[in-house]
Design a protein around this ligand. Structure first.
Ligand code: AMP
Ligand code: MG
Length: 338
């Protein structure tokens, strides 16, 4: 039998999570060629977008943060473009997603890490500490010089945290590059940040079926899916309260911080976004997790080609009409839709 066959591979070590690549190719070696390129490129971008580690011979986001208030840092175009993209998303989300929130987020990060390793003594960050840090989160103090390819943080106390956007942005870069090389039917999932290329080349299916995790699954210990969404040439990105969190006095505090309250966002269990660009999907899922449902819905409806669903605190589901149409359980989709 001719025709492409389905292959898959899993690897660890990029963006601190598991990556899965699935795709149709003419042969195992052709698939390996594509998946190796994807892995290598994701490894490079992981280093560039890392805020915690320094790598020999590389100027990355940590280098920029370390030089805050001191000097501009010469960086790769992949950093310049990602920061410009993120600055646009600050405007789009009216400041809800702010990569200059590092001073606040690093306090939450430290308290969360401490609380996870010593749950009995888990504490919330003091509000005065958060408020002080919040004085150093002005996105206009991120100075991007595109002529010289430098980035300078004008405020010595500020720092960048690109956790809300960089993974999705990186997946988009890699998907576009590998598609141009001839990988025309596949799925790249970096820790659940999913980008699909084309549709499955099995001569039957018109769309890839992507599982949405049930936020309750982690507690029940089941693999139950909330639903399946059917997509082609698109991204599916979820922000959820089960992804990274700690418990203080019996209450869960997740990793997404509302810049207005400086507290962890508490309105939903999860929000998923479907749209072509994985970087946009990543930025919007974080934003929608912070906004009220009504405001989030308005934002989604104002951007062409974006669909979303919200898992409410009582586990009920709300979704845009376009999202329902591609959902298996909620909308009766089968994946055979064109
Ligand atoms: P995500 O899982 O894409 O929703 O992104 C969550 C990550 O983004 C967190 O772990 C933080 O690193 C970062 N983050 C949290 N809150 C914000 C915010 N309001 N603006 C920008 N980044 C944030
Ligand atoms: Mg995000």
């Amino acid at each position: 039998m001719g025709g492409p066959k389905k292959y898959s591979v899993e690897f660890f070590g990029v963006f601190d999570t598991v990556t899965q690549v699935i795709g149709y190719a003419e042969s195992q070696s052709k698939f390996d060629y594509f998946s190796n390129k994807i892995e290598k490129r994701l490894q490079d971008l992981t280093k560039l977008y890392d805020i915690y580690n320094t790598y020999e011979g590389i100027s990355n986001l940590k280098t920029i943060n370390d030089n805050a208030g001191k000097q501009p840092v010469h960086v790769d175009k992949d950093i310049i473009n990602m920061l410009k993209f993120s600055r646009d998303k600050y405007a789009l989300t009216e400041g809800r997603v702010n990569i200059a929130l590092g001073a606040v987020l690093s306090i939450w990060h430290d308290y969360r890490e401490a609380g996870i390793s010593d749950p009995k003594n888990a504490k919330l960050p003091p509000m005065d500490k958060l408020e002080d840090a919040n004085k150093h989160t002005n996105i206009n103090d991120v100075v991007i010089d595109e002529t010289n390819d430098t980035v300078f943080l004008r405020d010595p106390e500020m720092s960048l945290d690109v956790g809300a956007i960089a993974k999705g942005y990186a997946v988009e870069i890699v998907a576009k590059e590998i598609e141009a090389e001839g990988f025309t039917s596949g799925v790249i999932s970096v820790g659940g940040n999913v980008r699909v290329i084309g549709h499955p080349s099995d001569g039957v299916r018109k769309r890839w079926g992507i599982g949405l995790q049930d936020p309750k699954a982690e507690i029940n210990g089941t693999q139950n899916l909330l639903d399946t969404v059917f997509v082609k040439d698109s991204s599916v990105v979820t922000s959820g309260d089960y992804q990274r969190y700690y418990i203080v006095d019996g209450k869960r505090y997740n990793h997404i911080i509302d810049p207005d309250t400086l507290m962890s966002a508490d309105k939903f269990r999860a929000v998923s976004v479907v749209t072509a660009d994985s970087g946009l999907a990543d930025a919007l899922s974080t934003c929608l997790f912070i906004l009220d449902y009504e405001d989030g819905l308005k934002l989604v409806q104002s951007i062409p080609g974006v669909e979303a669903c919200w898992v409410m605190k009582d586990d009920s589901i709300k979704a845009t009409d376009g999202m329902k149409k591609i959902m298996k359980k909620l909308g009766g989709a089968t994946g055979s839709e064109g």
